[in-house]
Design a protein around this ligand. Structure first.
Ligand SMILES: Nc1nc2c(c(=O)[nH]1)N[C@H]1C(S)=C(S)[C@@H](COP(=O)(O)O)O[C@H]1N2
Ligand SMILES: [Mo]
Length: 338
């Protein structure tokens, strides 16, 4: 195929990157099987980016000859993009799931977030004015053809990984690898950003419950007394999941009346918090034990939220307060900020 115009290469690469970013964020949020398509779309967008790399490298070579200011930033952007792609491919195929003890998924996300400001700068600094012809039949068809080829490459890569029996074929629909199921001691302890494991004194600890009937405090014994079992899968966005048998207090059993509340705020001793829709209440557990033993400090002692069908970052550890609120659940950052 003849190399397309510089303009076409740049615009279709921009489109592929936008889709890759959107679906990447979507894939991190996906917790139920219906989220599978976002994960697949992310893989196809990645293949589209890779397919455009040879053409883009022609454009880059030409651009570098012009010695424009900012070319070092552009090269850094290119390097970050290569790292993002390699880390993503190595992790999802299972060729290299970690580098120097750091999970490949983590490197993938970190490199992608680092390149974001450079990419925005690049698009602004090397701005192209939109033209009518950018949406011409020919351009749209050509882009669709590349997307179709990308879909084919994605499917072929999946088959190759399966044929070669690489670890990547044994992933959950979210893309995560099984790690420590039914063995809580083998399950990684994960911090979203910058929390530290708090030391909790069993005698001083109280869970504050705020509901339609007011405010009250519960001790660890009050919570552990329920002993309600729940089988659920913890699936971390850093790319691992574990099935466990949790037990503790059903959230709905702790709340006396919902009133006109629209969300439940679940707050941690550390300040970490999430807001869940009241429709979720019946499925939530405040776990005091996993695998028949009390939670360890790393896994949220004394109490952590179990939110089946939601990704790990919703599963607040070291919960000290649950509060029904009239605020809608979506009134929060899409991912926690601490
Ligand atoms: N308070 C608090 N809760 C938290 C986190 C955190 O950083 N702080 N990390 C979350 C993330 S990202 C995941 S995947 C799970 C990990 O649970 P685990 O450490 O028991 O495996 O806890 C969640 N709960
Ligand atoms: Mo996580």
């Amino acid at each position: 195929m003849r190399a397309p115009s510089v303009r076409f290469t740049n615009l279709s690469l921009l489109l592929a990157l936008l889709v890759a970013f959107g679906t990447g964020a979507g894939a991190m949020a996906a917790g139920t099987a219906s989220g599978r398509w976002v994960v697949i779309a992310h893989g196809v967008a990645a293949m589209m980016v890779i397919l455009l790399v040879p053409w883009k490298s022609l454009v880059v070579r030409r651009g570098l000859r012009r010695r424009r200011p900012g070319r070092h930033a552009s090269l850094l952007l290119a390097a970050l993009l290569v790292i993002t792609l390699l880390a993503g491919l190595a992790y999802t195929t299972g060729v290299a799931r970690s580098v120097g003890g750091v999970l490949g998924m983590w490197i993938h996300v970190a490199a992608a977030l680092t390149l974001l400001p450079f990419a925005i700068w690049h698009v602004v600094a090397r701005r192209v004015r939109p033209r009518r012809a950018d949406l011409s039949r020919r351009t749209v068809l050509r882009t669709a053809a590349i997307a179709a080829v990308a879909g084919g490459v994605y499917a072929a890569l999946g088959s190759a990984v399966a044929l070669a029996e690489l670890p990547g074929t044994r992933r959950r629909f979210t893309g995560s690898y099984e790690t420590g199921s039914f063995q809580p001691e083998a399950m990684p302890t994960t911090i979203w950003l910058d929390d530290a494991v708090p030391a909790v004194d069993r005698r001083d600890y109280r869970l504050v419950v705020v509901d339609a009937a007011g405010r009250r405090e519960l001790s660890i014994a009050d919570l552990a007394r329920f002993g309600s079992p729940m089988h659920a899968t913890l699936d971390c966005t850093s790319g691992w999941y574990a099935e466990q048998d949790w037990s503790g207090a059903p959230v709905s059993a702790l709340l006396r009346g919902i009133g006109n509340a629209r969300s439940l705020m679940v707050h941690s001793i550390t300040g970490y918090r999430v807001r869940l829709p009241v429709d979720d209440l019946d499925g939530l557990l405040l776990a005091t034990a996993v695998g028949g033993a009390p939670l360890t400090p790393g896994h949220g002692y004394p109490v952590r939220l179990v939110a089946p069908g939601r990704r790990g970052f919703w599963w607040v550890k070291w919960v000290d307060r649950i509060e029904l609120q009239t605020t809608p659940w979506w009134w929060q950052s899409p991912f926690p900020l601490t």
